[in-house]
Design a protein around this ligand. Sequence first.
Ligand code: GLN
Length: 527
Amino acid sequence: MAYYIFVTGGVLSSLGKGVASASVASLLEEQGLRVNLQKLDPYLNVDPGTMSPYQHGEVYVTEDGAETDLDLGHYERFTSVVMTKRNNITAGKVYYNVIKREREGGYLGATVQVIPHITDEIKSLIRELDRDCDVLVVEVGGTVGDIEGLPFLEAVRQLSMEVGKNRVLFIHTTYVPYVKTAGELKTKPTQHSVKELRAIGIQPDIILCRSEFELPEGIKEKIALFTNVDKSAVISAKDVEYIYEVPLLFKEQGLDRLICERFSIPYRHVESKWEKVVHILKSAREEVKVALVGKYVSLKDAYKSVVEALNHGGIANGVRVRIIWVDSERCEEELLEEASGILVPGGFGERGTEGKVKALSYGRLSKKPTFGICLGMQLMCVEFARNVLGLERANSTEFDPFTPHPVIDIMENQKNIKELGGTMRLGSYACVLREGTKAREIYGREVVYERHRHRYEFNNTYREAFEANGAVFSGLSPDGRLVEIMELKDHPWYMGCQFHPEFKSKPFEPHPLFVSFIGACLKAKAQ
Ligand code: GLN
């Protein structure tokens, strides 16, 4: 049976609980422990697949095709764990399971209630994961005090009793604001939030305090006193420039040692792998600018994995990546001119697509490195059809169902499926790379597996015309029917992929396409 670490959040949201949980897990992995992580989300959607990025940020896709919370992306980037659909539980999923069972007669005779039926279901979904790891880090989404989070907190409280207190730790993340007029960091919100947590029967063992500045000893003492936690367990989590600094920040304050001691696990002195990454990021002198053309640029969380993958490409090339956010509805050309490379990420819906086509056109003609991901690749094909093949009004049927030139279309066998999400190609699929192409050279392999999340595909009717005019379909599905990668012959770096390479990039295993793209941007900058 595993040890459990429950991470709760107080005071306000967006405190970086996901990065904190991932950092804790990564430090424990460096101790030689097998870790796993799970995110509990209190909303009623069964998964975040149907939610707007404005509501929820990026939807992270796992190998097995689950559409999950973006924190799972942090979990994969920080550790070696491969996430699955079981690693993200929502209140919607829990209620769905319980109600389905009730309809099937699974509770005959009983009144089905939040306690015990909902809480039991939560506990069993958590315990499904504790078999193949030494430590399971469970991040409880939401903020303590919210009504909707209560069944989850009650479930983890019960679980802590069942597995035994010596196998469980509660980490509470809070916010310690700096009040300018008083010139002071204030502990009151933390005190109140812990009080709230204790009222529902949970005494935190460790408090992680997010703040603008490092907490002085006096403030740590005060928090310790009011929250009934050892002073050494009050950890300062000041704002940092790069998220990869967070594990080091925790390690400096002995958080990994503290957790090992509490679990009676021997502690080893190891040099953290994060030292090297942070060193590269901080010492990089050169900067390369990449224009990211999207419609959610006001909410940076919507492109989390893309941004991180670009950073990984930067780390591999020893440079800093600066993103120029380009709103696809306006698509100002000066911004594209300023950048050394252009990236058009994935997306759904028509808004902003014409701006993206414009940006891709600029990238093709200016010969700047241009990278299209999923929708970005589809729009590369639309742009090529319109401006190279002269097929005016060419489009994807997602945006113009009556286009005379549907270069991107839904496959015939998908057309009869009604359930939303049912027609999507989700998760990992094989892609075969053609010899002699840029993609094959970059990957250095014949077959790769990449994650998908899309409904539309390249329309094969147009393959010949494309190829006769300088497009290369360098990656195809194993049966040759689906286009996975499109590149251009007479361009230094113009590549679109139907999959999402950003989901598989890690600081220590940067994705080859991002490494190559940033390398090409560097070259373009030097010219
Ligand atoms: N909207 C497009 C499709 O469904 C692209 C999806 C994406 O970019 N993830 O095919």
